[in-house]
Design a protein around this ligand. Sequence first.
Ligand SMILES: [Mn+2]
Length: 427
Amino acid sequence: MSVESAKDVSNDQLIRRHEQDYQYLRSQLHYRRIDVDMVLDRLSEFSVAVPSWALGTGGTRFGKYPVAGQPRNVFEKFDDIGVIQQLVTSTPLVSLHIPWDEPEDPEVLKKHAASLNLGFDAVNSNTFQDQAGQPVSYRFGSLCHTDPKVRQFAIDHVRHTIDVGKTLDSKAITVWLADGSNYPGQMHLRKAFQRTLEALQQIYEHLPSDWHLFTEHKPYEPAFYSTVVQDWGSSLLLAQQIGDRAKCLVDLGHHLPNTNIELVVARLVDAGKLGGFHFNDSKYGDDDLTTGSIKPYQLFLVFNELVDAALDDAVDFNPAYMIDQSHNIKDPIEALLQTVEALQQSYAKALLVDRALLASGQENNDVIMAEKTLQTAYETDVRPLVAELRRMKGGAIDPIHAFRASGYRSTVSSARDSGEYVPPQSL
Ligand SMILES: [Mn+2]
């Protein structure tokens, strides 16, 4: 069965129960004087990009367990993302990794994307691994390297990634650097940062005027003693010195345990430097688990800051939302459906916060009332609301139910006989 038909069949099966649940929630929210149509309008504008690298099975350094029928090339990745978009309706854009998913002919890929109602979000450069035949090595860093030839090679690659993005109508580049050191003394900490800043400034000169450049911080891994862009402070220092269109990307997994990420978000918003997000979840480190699977309250608190900032006229605010996950044991499509549902729910809950009541609790130092205002929104079961959003936009009431009913995975398993995806090695 096609995904479209499966979605219709699934929706028909679920519609009566859904209608009851939705009407009950609507009356509850009405009682709380919440404008449900306004919430649905805001939710319908929410869009999160799917990364091209999330469709195949990821792995750890211990091993990989490929799922049958995983995409063998960038076109099949778009097919899978097209399915996700059909069911959840909030993923119209794809974030490409260069060179893993560099198209031989961008026009052909653009046409394929358009046929699936998909477009292109930020492109991602790769200076964290050596490509086959590469004349220099990133073993001791890329943009921070002591050897100017290595730095130049990395700069050229990032500029090339921008050029590829231009052909696809992308509007941003994300630079994540694995640069760092594994042992004390290995690297001059200040000089490495300076070299990185200078390299990024050269890249920025190549940036089209309507583009953004995002730097992504990370405290450790693959470098285990120091990283060049260790935390949001380092990322902010870079963005402030590079230029207006340089901004900071917050990857939820790139923080040490117990970091108050919503506070990081608030600081970057205030500095006018919040560029966007890489959504995922983690228990210990950069675990790349499904968004909302481990710390759903934290995800809600992050969205609470985003909604608050969006309502503040004094804030110039238009962050890019992207997913950055690796699916080791789940079916990647199902994991992404779950992810988008979690994002839709967290955003919906943040939209339900009674802002006036919260402000009054804060102004009057009424700790209980302020906290309770957030908890009331967080504890609302918004699943019927986001299901209604998807239904209204032509998607699935229950995306995983519809996906499983379609048999898509078994269909592509027979069509895509080779399970192993070999990325193009063009650089
Ligand atoms: Mn990331």
